[in-house]
Design a protein around this ligand. Sequence first.
Ligand code: ZN
Length: 129
Amino acid sequence: MIKLTIKTQAKQELIDITERVQRAVRELGISEGACVLFVPHTTAAITINEHADPSVKEDILTALGKLVPAGPFYQHAEGNAHAHIRASLVGHSVTVPIADGKLLLGTWQGIFFCEFDGPRQREVWITRA
Ligand code: ZN
């Protein structure tokens, strides 16, 4: 297993980690099969989406903010219930197929770490599937 460390810079942001994951897959020696990427946090998530146009990640954050606004109406006393809910909606893991040691992603796809309650130091765990 490889643990990537990610230092997020903002309250919420999507960070393209595709190249770092590709390097980790090489280090793990996975040539065929798949890898699992797991986020061990409750206010962060991981997703795969378009990384050609950077406005897509901003649109995702805007939409999640409208779907799950911050507010005083939640019971969770820490004040970040919206971040927990956004993280659950997006999900804590993805599986990516691998062939010839390369991530098999679609032409426009990239892997994004999703911060919803930063800035913090975060991790993504990468294992063979
Ligand atoms: Zn909390």
